[in-house]
Design a protein around this ligand. Structure first.
Ligand SMILES: C[S@@+](CC[C@H](N)C(=O)[O-])C[C@H]1O[C@@H](n2cnc3c(N)ncnc32)[C@H](O)[C@@H]1O
Length: 424
């Protein structure tokens, strides 16, 4: 049972994943023989690295320790050989760490990350991975030391402090996060930075009145525009694809007859597919830097600076469709924005948007701000708020993976609701 491990992506990958999931399901249902048969079939083929990790864990659970150990050794050797190369890229380090963690090779994963951090101490992604791992292993002092050294070396103090505070608060290490946010307050030079800190303080349980949504969004996205597309690609952003899938599921004919508003268009990631549905495609956003990126795509008919919560800043127009992808997470209460959308849609017009899912029962009918600086909204809250401003029940609410964050999937909902065609 010697596996040859291939690390190239093949089209059969997802079928393979499904088979392994099936084997796990059989084992969980007590059918050891069926699970083992699937694993054995596997061992005669080339196996992708991530699948090899799953297979090794499965074989161990099946009591096939020798086969599990063999695969584990092949994965360890492959990852470690890759790490010894002079030119290993950040993505290689991160995926190597994930593979080792999925094999429960904790010491090896930590050593892998530490070695990469020593070689590239200014690489933010590798520092993130190392700090996250140390926090998860309850080695808080070491995590703080790595973070403090990274801050000391970096001249962009405000952004770095905020960034690291976010990692610590994500893993519920609130005290250190608050300490970093207090240090960031000392570096704060304008009202947008102040707004950003207030959001993070509030997400960490500090009492803050009057959050400045406008200032937070401008501060965040003006500074993010240059790296936005690349960063979202690293996070395997799925939001625009999910919006397109919703339009297809609704069966909306792809006709260039509509006036379409991309609300919070950002750098224009939805523009390409919206063009196929639009006679007139308009993008609005609060961040000028993001709007500039959209303009560079050359796809929109009109771009304008608009605050979605202020009706008077919308272009004077009525729309057949509004798409709002990955924007409402930056708002808590949605009455005003939904009310504005209802106001600028024609009767029978569509609103399609994404939100992050709030599943905490304590927040059932509401929304909550998280250390990510984004809100999660409960489905009850969305439906009640849409109804309050005059929309009927949504036609579609699909639970989807929006992207990853700190290697975990961020789950959300894509919602489509149609304004009533008759006013009464
Ligand atoms: C995560 S980006 C999403 C961009 C784009 N829709 C996409 O799917 O890639 C969120 C966008 O919402 C915009 N935004 C946040 N608050 C806003 C507000 N009050 N009015 C208008 N745009 C806002 C931000 O400037 C940013 O471009």
């Amino acid at each position: 049972m010697t596996p040859s491990v291939s690390d190239t992506e093949t089209p059969s990958q997802s079928a393979a994943e499904q088979e392994l999931e099936q084997a796990r399901a059989r084992l969980d249902a007590g059918d050891r023989a069926a699970a083992l048969a699937i694993c054995r079939k596997y061992l005669s083929r080339d196996i992708l690295l991530p699948d090899a990790c799953v297979l090794s864990v499965l074989l161990r659970d099946l009591g096939e320790t020798d086969a599990a150990d063999q695969i584990r050794s092949v994965v360890l050797e492959t990852v470690q050989a890759e790490a010894r190369r002079d030119t290993i890229a950040t993505a290689g380090v991160l995926s190597g760490t994930e593979l080792l963690l999925s094999l429960d090779a904790i010491d090896e994963a930590l050593a892998h990350c530490k070695q990469a951090h020593a070689r590239a101490p200014d690489d933010q992604e590798i520092m993130n991975a190392l700090v996250s791992l140390l926090i998860n292993l309850d080695r808080l002092d070491e995590a703080q030391a790595v973070a403090a050294a990274y801050c000391d070396r970096n001249s962009e103090k405000f952004n770095v402090l905020i960034h690291i505070a976010t990692i610590f608060s994500h893993f519920e290490a609130r005290d250190f996060a608050l300490k970093l946010l207090k240090l960031a307050e000392g570096q704060c030079t304008d009202k947008n930075q102040r707004a950003k800190i207030d959001y993070l303080l509030a997400a960490n349980g500090a009492a803050v009145s009057n959050l400045d949504q406008h200032g937070m969004a401008v501060g965040l996205f003006d500074g993010f525009a240059d790296s936005y597309d690349e960063k979202l690609q690293t996070l395997e952003n799925n939001g625009p694809a999910m919006v397109l899938a919703a339009l297809q599921d609704l069966g909306l004919p792809k006709r260039k007859t509509r006036r379409v508003l991309d609300a919070g268009c950002g750098t224009g990631l939805c523009a390409g597919f919206l063009r196929g549905y639009a006679k007139h495609l308009m993008g609005v956003d609060i961040s000028v830097a993001m709007l500039e990126k959209s303009r560079a795509r050359g796809i929109y008919d009109l771009l304008a600076r608009t605050d979605l919560s202020i009706r008077a800043t919308y272009p004077e127009d009525q729309y057949d469709m509004i798409v709002c992808a990955d924007v409402l997470v930056y708002f808590g209460a949605l009455d005003t924005v939904f009310g504005n959308f209802h106001d600028v849609l024609v009767p029978g017009g569509w609103l399609v948007f994404t939100v992050e899912n709030e599943s905490d029962p304590a927040v059932q009918a509401r929304f909550k701000l998280y250390p990510s600086g984004r809100h999660k909204h409960s489905q009850d809250y969305l439906c009640q708020t849409l109804t309050r401003v005059g929309f009927p029940k949504p036609k579609l609410m699909h639970r989807v993976r929006l992207r990853n964050e700190m290697t975990q999937p961020v789950m959300g909902t894509v919602v489509a609701v149609q304004k009533s065609a008759l006013a009464f």
